[in-house]
Design a protein around this ligand. Structure first.
Ligand code: WT7
Length: 634
């Protein structure tokens, strides 16, 4: 049943709780299955073991591409807007996209990739990135996309964890007025990646590129050697579709695993429901523009798979919001007559800071629906977005979800759910949130706060963490037995509306990028002369959270400003520029308990600028250190 009123939503929600299997079978029946499933769901959150659509056979690319060919062959599937506004945009119809995916599937096969093999993709935001992803899915290879901002060291960690056999990359990437040498970074990574046999390199920037005989091949040359005909591999609903690495509270990112059937059903269903996606008069298809990078889950689910499985037209933008100027998003909307815009609070706050000059004279009248994702949206940004971009007439859907959830869990349904700024509002059908206290006891009723958990599976829930199921159990299913723990704190107000208040674990959200404090500490500690460090988040006007590092060194005689720069270089080398601390304070000690545990609560407060209300510090090993830290705040 399509949800077209708030009443429909309430009814669907009821059904999804009383008869989840019937509800999801109804949704799944709208897809193309080679063989229908035998059993909708088997699950327990103890092991955990979660299986959806058991025995079902499908290929997600037949759902994203082949099945649209009968009616939408000439409809745009993907509109590519390049970094440079003077470079022509490109439109790939469903027919063309299908053809290119099949062709690249054959390139992968020709280079030895078989069903189940892992392929690492490290690329700029160009159509070939979507094509490479879909080609993997078509032949049953597992893709592992690594965001283009990660360092060689991070790429190598991810490649080695999943034992990838092949890497797809490009010579370089355009980003604003910069040119970034991607292949050179891959080359550095591959010095320590024995599992990689082949590298396919797309030409994008013509950056000088070394090509190793026997290992590396140009994308364009490979295309000439294959046909455009490639039948899709038959996949089990629970076969792995992809792995995507994300940060947690330990130093090592985890490979979140999603599977074919559930991921397809969940991303497409939530795309159509939340954004009320439906073809209009005479079959006119709305233009959907998600500004995320495909290197993150938002791009996987709402640039590539969700929109394509729904037969939509999706915009893929290579550039950044501020190039050539802070009006670029609005130019893209104007140029392509975008109807639905899905972006992040950090982008809104950044563009807000440039003033309204960049918005005026832009035709934004095509916009109907606005979305927000990635972090809590503050009141000011919400209203700026609503008034200046939506001109007061477009609903904003504040969508809460995570890499681990595959798609949106808590969100208004555009135009139907009564909005409340800064609230993700209500759970989608099939989603059963619960708040618990520190002891794991359910907090019932309204007007309450607690830790956010889910008590029942939805088709997009992660199945495992790659190569380490125990870690999956520990991280998500052990804190509160029988529940999936999100890591987020949450308020449920008097109306039963949910508002996500932010992470309660040691995970930071910097400009919508998820970064673990332990990861940053490990990188800082790699630097010569660093003895120990502690990293916390602090409120940042544009990034949402900034990174504050307290560092003890054995080089107090060094020029501190130069040493800070060296440490930043080390962090960029170990993780990537996105993890560089915004503030560094050198300290002679850290506030520790007698058992040696760093009291982050105190460091967080000091970084936030709060120096009076530090709570009980009498249990500290050396309370005097707190005074020193307070005096040296940067
Ligand atoms: C974390 C997940 C969701 C895809 C992009 C980020 C925070 C996400 C919201 C929102 C408040 C949000 C949470 C969550 N978050 N959306 N609408 N309101 N917080 O995916 O990198 O896996 O990060 O982002 O803290 O746990 P991710």
């Amino acid at each position: 049943m399509k949800i077209r009123s708030f009443d429909d939503y309430q009814q669907a929600y009821q059904q999804s709780v009383t008869d989840p299997e019937g509800f999801w079978a109804g949704v799944a029946d709208t897809f193309l299955w080679r063989k229908r499933w035998d059993n909708v769901l088997e699950w327990n959150f103890t092991e955990p073991s979660i299986k959806w659509f058991l025995g079902g056979k499908l290929n997600i690319t037949e759902n994203c591409l082949d099945r649209h060919l009968a009616t939408k062959a000439d409809q745009p599937a993907l509109i590519f807007e390049p970094n440079d506004p003077t470079e022509p945009s490109q439109t790939l119809t469903y027919k063309v996209l299908h053809e290119r995916v099949c062709q690249f599937s054959n390139v992968l096969k020709r280079n030895g990739v078989q069903k189940g093999d892992r392929v690492c993709i490290y690329m700029p935001m160009v159509p070939e990135l979507a094509i490479a992803i879909l080609a993997c899915a078509r032949i049953g290879a597992v893709h592992s996309v690594v965001f283009g901002g990660f360092s060689a060291h991070s790429i190598a960690d991810r490649i080695n964890d999943a034992q990838c056999k092949l890497v797809v990359t490009s010579d370089g990437a355009f980003r604003g007025n910069k040119e970034i040498a991607l292949k050179a970074t891959v080359d550095d990574a591959l010095l320590t990646c024995p599992s990689v046999e082949k590298v396919i390199v797309l030409t994008r920037t013509r950056t000088p590129t070394s090509m190793i005989k026997g290992r590396d091949a140009w994308w364009e040359d490979e295309l000439k050697l294959v046909t455009t005909d490639c039948p899709a591999e038959e996949m089990d609903a629970e076969d792995m579709l992809f792995v995507l690495y994300t940060s947690g509270s330990t130093g090592k990112p985890k490979g979140v695993v999603h599977t074919c059937g559930g991921y397809m059903v969940y991303t497409s269903y939530t795309f159509e429901t939340v954004f009320q996606y439906q073809p209009g008069e005479e079959g006119r298809v709305p233009i959907f523009f998600c500004t995320a990078d495909i290197g993150w889950i938002t791009g996987h689910s709402y640039i590539v798979y969700g929109p394509l499985a729904s037969g939509a037209t999706t915009v893929l933008f290579e550039g950044i919001p501020t190039y050539p100027d802070a009006g670029r998003f609005w130019d893209v909307i104007d140029k392509h007559q975008v109807n639905i815009l899905y972006t992040a609070p950090t982008a809104i706050r950044s563009l807000m800071s440039f003033g309204l000059d960049f918005v005026k004279n832009k035709d934004l009248s095509s916009l109907q629906i606005l979305g927000s994702v990635g972090e809590p949206i503050n009141e000011e940004a919400w209203h700026w977005y609503h008034e200046n971009i939506g001109k007061g007439r477009c609903p904003i859907v504040d969508t809460w979800w995570q890499t681990e959830t595959a798609g949106i869990l808590i969100s208004p349904i555009a135009g139907l759910t009564p909005l409340k700024p800064t609230y993700a509002t209500l759970p989608l059908p099939g989603v059963q949130p619960i708040l618990v206290d520190e002891a794991g006891k359910e907090i019932e009723g309204n007007g309450v706060s607690g830790n956010l958990c889910l008590k029942f599976p939805w088709p997009g829930i992660l199945r495992t963490t790659y190569g380490d199921h125990e870690r999956c159990r520990q991280t998500y299913f052990a804190t509160y037995p029988g529940l999936y723990f999100t890591g987020d704190g949450c308020l449920r107000d008097e109306d039963g509306y949910y508002r996500i208040t932010g992470r309660v674990d040691d995970v930071l959200n910097v400009s919508g990028h998820r970064i673990g404090t332990a990861e940053v500490e490990n990188a800082i500690n790699m630097h010569l002369g660093v003895i120990e460090s502690a990293v916390v988040g602090y409120p940042h006007d544009i990034k949402g959270q900034g990174i504050y590092a307290y560092i003890i060194t054995d080089h107090p005689h060094q020029n501190p400003e130069l040493m800070k720069k060296d440490i930043l270089a080390t962090v960029a080398r170990m993780i990537g520029p996105i993890a560089k601390p915004d503030k560094i304070q050198f300290v002679s000690g850290l506030p520790k308990t007698r058992s040696g545990k760093i009291m982050r609560r105190i460091l967080r407060k000091i970084a936030e600028g709060e120096t009076s209300n530090l709570g009980d510090i009498t249990t500290l090993l050396d309370p005097a250190v707190v005074e020193e830290i307070k005096a040296g705040v940067v």
